[in-house]
Design a protein around this ligand. Structure first.
Ligand SMILES: [Zn+2]
Length: 294
């Protein structure tokens, strides 16, 4: 019998939700705008309850999984620069209001789990997953399970320092990887256009757009070389909006990875592939967590 869960992805601009089966199929969707900082945590909870209630009314779901950017542990978002959540017990409060079990996790963890169960990382022994959106989300999968760290805070690759005196970051430090290899970095390199427009222009041969993506790809490859040195993965999965640029981003990244990786001549090459679940990775992975498939 097919089991159903609601998976929710709290993004910077919208709260995306879907009813997902236990084989990773999306059967219904709902969205709501992400409340702004000024509206506070209550507004975020109201938005979550709204989409979950809408989907739950039409489908027999057994649980809810929610992915949110930032540091997430024990059902709380401890810190996220883009959301008005600072330690509130979101999972518990939403669970009480919708009458279903609710699990809350980091959005990149959810996306990586989606790829592990239903996507690009199904066969990997150790997979490093990076999500290039506005910033960089990350996760490591070992034998299909998330490597969470002692405090459930592992995988914040976007804030690895890659240039100590480099560009300022929202986290208050300088030279974080996500300032160089993300959608924000791409928009800085190719001013006046949004990331999706830059990718479209690059596809039509626009020189500035191609060059911007190649620059982001080089920084991506440099960071990946560090991650390969640390984790020895057999697969790297790149997701998020910027990965839509495909080879225009990934080929420069692959070249930089090969060039920068410690002892690369004496180790097997690590494939760098695109995530296959696309924009659904977050909701599908969150639902998988809710169904106990983590
Ligand atoms: Zn940072």
């Amino acid at each position: 019998m097919t089991r159903l869960a609601v998976g929710v992805d709290i993004g910077g601009t919208k709260v995306a939700a879907a009813v997902v089966t236990d084989d990773g199929t999306v059967v219904a969707r709902a969205t709501s705008p992400t409340p702004t900082q000024e509206l506070g945590s209550g507004a975020v909870e109201d938005a979550l309850v709204g989409v979950i209630t809408e989907l739950g009314a039409a489908h027999s779901v057994e649980a809810v999984g929610i992915g949110a950017a930032g540091l997430v542990a024990d059902g709380r978002v401890l810190y996220c620069p883009h959301l008005p959540l600072r330690g509130e017990p979101v999972a518990q409060r939403v669970s009480q209001r919708v009458g279903l079990p609710v699990v809350l996790d980091n959005d990149a963890n959810a996306a990586a789990l989606g790829e592990a169960r239903f996507g690009a990382a199904r066969e990997a022994a150790v997979a490093v997953c990076v999500n290039l959106g506005t910033g960089i989300g990350g996760a490591v999968l070992a034998q299909g399970h998330l490597l969470r760290g002692a405090n459930s805070l592992a995988g914040e690759f976007g804030h690895m320092t890659i240039s100590p005196d480099g560009l300022p970051c929202e986290c208050g430090r300088r030279g974080c990887w996500e300032q160089y290899a993300s959608g924000r970095a791409l928009e800085r390199l190719v001013p006046g256009q949004r990331g999706a427009e830059i990718t479209a222009a690059a596809g039509s041969g626009d020189v500035a757009a191609v060059s911007g993506l190649a620059e982001v790809g080089r920084w991506l490859g440099l960071g990946l070389a560090n991650l390969v040195a640390a984790y020895d993965p057999d697969l790297i999965v790149v997701g998020g909006g910027v990965s839509d640029a495909d080879v225009l981003l990934l080929d420069p990244a692959r070249a930089a990875l090969a060039q920068q990786l410690f002892a690369s001549a004496w180790r097997p090459p690590v494939p760098v592939v695109r995530a296959v679940l696309g924009v659904d990775a977050g909701v599908v992975g969150a639902a998988a967590l809710a169904l106990g498939l983590g």
